[in-house]
Design a protein around this ligand. Structure first.
Ligand code: HEC
Length: 138
C-alpha cells in the first residue's frame, strides 16, 4: 500500500489545466497513470508534442497522406470539413465551441477513430493526452 501511495503522489495527478471539466480531468488523470506505466520517466502531457501529432502528415487509413488538420483545419477556431464525406465539422476549439472536450465518451470515441484514420493504429495514452492539451489550449 505504501509503495502505491508514493507512486501516486509522485506524479501531478490533478490535471494542471483546470479548464477541463470534472469528468475530463478524471480522464486525463487516467491517461497519466497509463502513460506512466509505459514510461516511468513520464512527467506530464505537452501541448507542443500535441501540436506535432495534430499537424504532421502520415500515410492514413486510405493510403493517402493526411493529418488531423486535413479534416479539422489548421485553425481550430474555424469550421473544418470531413475529407471523406465532405460534411462540415464544427470548430474543435473549446474556446469557441463549448461542447468540445466536455464528454469523455465522445472524446474517447473520436480519438480512437481519428487516430486510426491518420496513424492506422490507436493513439498511445501519452499521444492522446498531448493532443488533448493542444486542442484545449486553442
Ligand atoms: C477524416 C476526418 C477526420 C480526421 C482526419 C480527424 N478527425 Fe477528429 N473528428 C472528425 C469528425 C467527423 C468528428 C465528429 C464530428 C463532430 O464532433 O463535429 C471528429 C471529432 C473529434 C474530436 C471530438 C471532440 C469533441 O469533444 O467533440 C476530437 C478530440 C478529435 N476529432 C480529434 C482528432 C485528432 C487528434 C485527429 C488526428 C489524429 C483527428 N481528430 C483527425 C473527423 C476527423
Amino acid at each position: 500500500m505504501k509503495i502505491l501511495y508514493i507512486f501516486f503522489m509522485s506524479i501531478p495527478l490533478i490535471a494542471s489545466d483546470s479548464s477541463f471539466n470534472q469528468e475530463m480531468q478524471e480522464y486525463i488523470t487516467q491517461l497519466k497513470i497509463e502513460a506512466l506505466k509505459i514510461d516511468k520517466n513520464f512527467e506530464d502531457f505537452d501541448m507542443e508534442r500535441g501540436e506535432k501529432i495534430f499537424t504532421t502528415k502520415h500515410l492514413g487509413k486510405r493510403g493517402k497522406e493526411i493529418s488531423c488538420t486535413s479534416c479539422h483545419s489548421i485553425n481550430l477556431m474555424e469550421d473544418g470539413k470531413n475529407i471523406f464525406t465532405n460534411k462540415e465539422i464544427k470548430p474543435l476549439s473549446p474556446s469557441v465551441n463549448k461542447k468540445r472536450l466536455s464528454s469523455v465518451k465522445e472524446v474517447k470515441k473520436w480519438l480512437r477513430r481519428n487516430f486510426k484514420d491518420v496513424f492506422v493504429r490507436e493513439g498511445t495514452p501519452q499521444e492522446k493526452g498531448d493532443v488533448l492539451y493542444y486542442i484545449n489550449s486553442k
